[in-house]
Design a protein around this ligand. Structure first.
Ligand code: NAP
Ligand code: GLV
Length: 310
């Protein structure tokens, strides 16, 4: 029995193989490209697997996503359809996302880009903003990360609302669900945080129509997936003043190409998919535990629902 490992760089593959080998003594862990007998592979641990890689293993029993999202696995058109997928989540990932969302919401709330510009211009310009309870912040997606982010914002005092597929109840957060309540959720939002999974239903959801439904001069923070955003629509919405500032952590192509307009745009902050990268050592321990639990019981608490897309 072999666990196949794939990540997009050789260095990372080696690191993960060695770490998982240390955590799972007695198991055989190997880089996907070094496997001689594909029939021996029962588990695969992957981030952005190449198309066809997983279809090569006729006895594959489970796929582990090194991360919360499983869109990068489902993107493979040759993916074996019935193999269950485990995602990697945990306190570490949630804590990092809470920090990122709090940092960037506060930055937009306090208009830090304009304040920093004033410093550069040696201008004594006191920017007074409403107190947090008078600032409406919306979080799209109320799963592990979205619910934690919304709770953090509510604890900071923001007038916080959240939107999910099914109804939710989160203390201090006004919750909305489904298409029917999407308008009511967006209307009045001044800072919008996206923490949806990338699925057929959510691809391109951050588009011109959505931006128009926010308060004029709203800020947008996308820390979910690049595929949620229609890049051109954001640039146009900034140009028209409908959107004042955006923070983008994720992009259609990563790394963001050198010639992409986002890099030098004065109203866009680019971070390199770091909102909540799981610490590899912590992630390794979670994955090893999930592999063991799945081998013993045929399931584990972090199973994703491939049919649903997250
Ligand atoms: P999750 O636990 O699977 O939660 C997803 C949430 O989105 C759920 O509340 C779900 O509603 C809601 N949702 C899904 N489809 C919807 C739709 N069509 N309309 C309305 N709501 C919908 O996901 P998570 O662990 O919080 O992670 C969210 C995403 O963050 C991941 O998929 C990944 O893409 C991204 N991420 C980014 C980073 C980074 O560093 N930038 C790090 C980790 C994750 P229900 O609860 O009703 O099903
Ligand atoms: C990171 O983007 C993840 O999905 O965990």
């Amino acid at each position: 029995m072999t666990v196949a490992v794939y990540l997009p760089t050789e260095e990372k593959i080696q690191w993960w193989v060695e770490m998982l080998q240390g955590l799972l003594p007695g198991w055989e862990i190997a880089s996907i490209d070094s496997i001689d007998d594909p029939a021996q592979v029962k588990q695969a641990v992957v981030w952005r697997p190449r198309s066809g890689d997983l279809a090569n293993f006729p006895n594959l029993e489970v796929i582990v996503s090194i991360g919360a999202g499983i869109d990068h696995v489902l993107a493979d058109p040759k993916l074996p359809k019935k193999v269950p997928i485990i995602r990697t989540v945990g306190d570490d990932l949630t804590q990092r996302m809470r920090e990122y969302v709090a940092l960037h919401v506060l930055r937009h709330h306090r208009d830090m880009p304009r304040q920093l510009q004033a410093q550069e211009d040696k201008e004594w310009h006191a920017i007074v903003v409403p107190v947090a309870p008078h600032r409406v912040v919306g979080v799209m997606g109320l799963g592990n990360l979205g619910a934690a982010a919304a709770t953090t914002l509510a604890d900071l005092g923001f007038s916080t609302r959240g939107w999910s597929k099914s109804p939710k109840s989160i203390q201090g957060v006004d919750t909305f669900s489904g298409e029917d309540e999407f308008d009511a959720f967006l209307s009045g939002c001044e800072i919008l945080v996206n923490l949806l999974p990338l699925t057929d239903a959510t691809t391109g959801i951050l588009n011109a129509e959505l931006f128009e439904r926010l308060v004029s001069g709203a800020c947008v923070i996308n820390c979910a997936r690049g595929g949620h955003l229609v890049d051109e629509d954001l640039l146009n919405a900034i140009e028209s003043g409908q959107i004042k500032q955006a923070t983008l952590d994720v992009f259609h192509v990563e790394p963001l190409p050198n010639d992409h307009m986002f890099w030098e745009h004065p109203s866009i902050t680019v971070t390199p998919h770091v909102a909540s990268q799981i610490d590899a050592a912590t992630g390794g321990r979670l994955i090893a535990a999930n592999l063991r639990t799945f081998a013993e019981t045929g399931t584990c608490p972090d199973m994703a629902d491939a049919a649903r897309g997250y």
